[in-house]
Design a protein around this ligand. Structure first.
Ligand SMILES: Nc1ncnc2c1ncn2[C@@H]1O[C@H](COP(=O)(O)OP(=O)(O)O)[C@@H](O)[C@H]1O
Ligand SMILES: [Mg+2]
Length: 152
């Protein structure tokens, strides 16, 4: 069976890492094979993945755009930095930059509404996880993947 390629997009602090972890756990619990990668190129697997994707001229099958206000995302990453006692370069970039990136993401989503699904991530972690499953589970089922009896 061919694989399905799902990407998580969104500004820093929008919850991508948190939700990837939760979704991959859920899918594995439902007997789905999941390969997690960060940005292609970040790891040896990522490099191979990128090569495969470029060969296939790839576009992701499904993209989840995690949308959140810049002030809120900055609040989250600031807490994260403090917790780790270090700062990412991206964490310190100005909010205007994040606002422009957010707008760019939203225009891509508007241009490709079939492939790119916008998810409001301003709520609690579990709330966002439910929204992610509501989109991903039927999508995987429609492609004949795992989750035959699973409920989102
Ligand atoms: N729904 C949420 N509510 C509050 N804090 C959150 C939520 N989702 C994630 N966080 C916290 O916000 C920070 C950024 O989340 P993370 O998943 O690392 O985002 P990203 O990978 O998009 O930068 C982390 O410290 C995480 O624990
Ligand atoms: Mg992350």
């Amino acid at each position: 069976m061919a694989g399905t390629f799902i990407t998580f997009e969104g500004i820093d602090g929008s919850g991508k890492s948190t939700q990837m972890r939760l979704l991959s756990g859920f899918l594995r619990m439902n007997a789905c094979d999941v390969v997690l990668t960060r940005e292609p190129g970040g790891t040896p697997l990522g490099l191979r993945l990128r090569a495969v994707l470029l060969d296939a001229q790839v576009v992701p099958d499904l993209t989840l755009l995690f949308d959140i206000g810049v002030a809120e995302s900055t609040g989250r990453t600031t807490r994260r930095s403090t917790a780790r006692n270090k700062r990412d370069r991206l964490d310190t970039e100005d909010s205007e930059f994040h606002a422009r990136v957010r707008e760019a993401y939203l225009s891509i989503a508007a241009a490709e509404p079939g492939r790119v699904k916008v998810i409001d991530t301003s709520g609690a972690v579990e709330e966002t996880h439910e929204r992610v499953k509501e989109i991903v589970v039927p999508f995987l089922q429609s492609r004949g993947h795992c989750l035959a009896g699973a409920r989102s």
